[in-house]
Design a protein around this ligand. Structure first.
Ligand SMILES: O=C(O)C1=C[C@@H](OP(=O)(O)O)[C@@H](O)[C@H](O)C1
Ligand SMILES: C=C(OP(=O)(O)O)C(=O)O
Length: 448
């Protein structure tokens, strides 16, 4: 079982980031992928029979998804931390007349409404205060275009109610998914249950960000038995049909792993993330190329992926449109005593847990860095090293960034580290273990 009240917004907790007195030598075990767990839960709920999810992520976002599914009549047994079982409602009939708390989870606020649209009555959605500022106009407009009634008080954002009538006709649909790829993932997963399936096009002026997540959803839909044609750019066709209940095995979360690998560069030394998949659709896999580009050694050893940090990382200009969640940790790496460093292509992270471009620029300037802000990114001209308070803005990845900065800046205090509960409640403890005690298995035991 997860901690009590693990779906509530966490109480704030100050934390002095762990300072790295010496080079790192750690082997780290990270929890399951948020994105795979969320998709497995949704596909299992839509399936015609029960499913099992091995090594699910147990964190606020996925527990909110579980609660949301339970609210519409899905049976989810979470008693065993290593294996969740999901039982769809009899006849696939989701229950209306209920409410869903999205917390701050993009996956919940986007993935669940199209499923709720199949329920037999209204389903109300709301979330944390900042969740109301996150872009959700795409989901609301798409469901309206599909003939589903939505009450949103004209806000085109949370809170809103899906006035479900038990069926969605489906068919052709055009959306602008430039603010979030999750809009496409959400519609594709529910599509096999639409009477005519879905012929979805992205017609926005800007590209869909975070594209590996679309490969992930297509792959998982096919594994569940759906017929998906994604052969044309910006178009996805999903045939109506049954989704099968099945066994899902969740990979380690590579976005949560990334700051640990970045730490090997920031503090020097080597860090291994156990069980890194050799083939994956996870966007976080991009960190391998990025760290190699900076001059680090990246190799398969010690039961996972090992990074030996570049002593003098090469300044880079990165387009992180496809893997933008890597931005905070990399910004902290170059923002302390280093630079130049440029990230572009990440305008959409202004709509993440906080405006991450603005937040990173503010916190890097707070430690004395010279930074230019652009609409779609920023440039660190010269890093800083002033200690003080690093604000996290209720954003787990801002906490990860503060942890990276604090490896090198003695006494850096994060105003709140509890926000990590969104995807890894024990992040701070795991970080401390990795920096001070060799991580989850002493490295000398794993020498091959
Ligand atoms: O589909 C998913 O599981 C995700 C897609 C991405 O969203 P955006 O496309 O909004 O960046 C990513 O940032 C998020 O953490 C998880
Ligand atoms: C953007 C993120 O989350 P969400 O799924 O809430 O969009 C994230 O985890 O970095």
């Amino acid at each position: 079982m997860g901690p009590v009240n693990a779906t509530a917004a966490p109480e704030k907790r100050r934390w002095t980031a762990t300072y790295a007195e010496t080079e790192l030598d750690a082997v780290v075990r990270v929890p399951g992928s948020k994105s795979m767990t969320a998709r497995a839960l949704i596909l299992a709920a839509l399936a015609s029979g029960p499913s099992a999810i091995h090594r699910p992520l147990i964190a606020r976002d996925t527990l909110l998804m579980v609660e949301g599914l339970r609210a519409i009549g899905v049976g989810v047994d979470t008693a065993d931390d290593a294996l969740w079982t999901v039982t769809p409602p009899a006849g696939g009939a989701f229950a209306g007349g209920t409410a869903v708390d999205c917390g701050l989870a993009g996956t919940v606020m986007r993935f669940l409404p199209p499923v709720a649209a199949l329920a037999d009555g209204p389903v109300a959605f709301d979330g944390d205060p900042h969740a109301r500022n996150r872009p959700n106009d795409g989901v609301i407009k798409a469901l309206r275009d599909l003939g589903v009634g939505i009450e949103d008080g004209g806000r085109l954002a949370l809170p809103f109610t899906v006035n479900a009538a038990g069926r969605v006709a489906g068919g052709e649909l055009a959306v602008d998914a430039s603010k979030t790829s999750q809009l496409v993932s959400a519609l594709l997963m529910a599509a096999p249950r639409f009477e005519h399936g879905l012929d979805l096009r992205h017609t926005g002026d800007r590209p869909v960000p975070s594209r590996p997540y679309l490969d992930m959803v297509v792959q998982m839909l096919r594994e569940a038995g759906a017929e998906v044609d994604d052969s044309e750019p910006n178009r996805w066709r999903v045939a109506p049909g049954e989704l099968k209940g099945r066994e899902w095995v969740i990979e380690p979360d590579l976005q949560n792993a990334a700051p640990f690998l970045v730490a090997a560069v920031a503090a020097g030394g080597r860090v291994t993330v156990e069980g890194w998949p050799t083939e994956t659709a996870q966007a976080g896999d991009r960190i391998r190329d990025v760290l190699a580009q900076l001059g680090s050694r990246v190799e398969w050893s010690r039961g996972g992926l090992t990074v030996v940090g570049a002593p003098d990382p090469i300044p880079v200009e990165l387009d992180l449109a496809d893997a933008a969640e890597l931005t905070p940790a990399l910004a902290a790496l170059f923002g302390v005593n280093r630079g130049p460093f440029t990230v572009r292509g990440v305008a959409h992270i202004r709509g993440h847990e906080t405006d991450r471009v603005a937040a990173l620029v503010a916190e890097l300037r707070g430690i004395g860095a010279d930074v230019d802000e652009f609409e779609d990114g920023f440039r660190v001209n010269k890093g800083g090293s002033r200690s003080g308070t690093w604000k996290t803005y209720a954003d787990h990845r801002m906490a990860h960034a503060g942890a990276v900065a604090g490896l090198v800046i003695p006494g850096l205090v994060l105003d709140d580290v509890a926000c990590v509960s969104k995807t890894w409640p024990d992040f701070a403890e795991a970080w401390e273990r990795a920096v001070l005690h060799g991580g989850d298995r002493p490295a000398e035991e794993t020498e091959a």
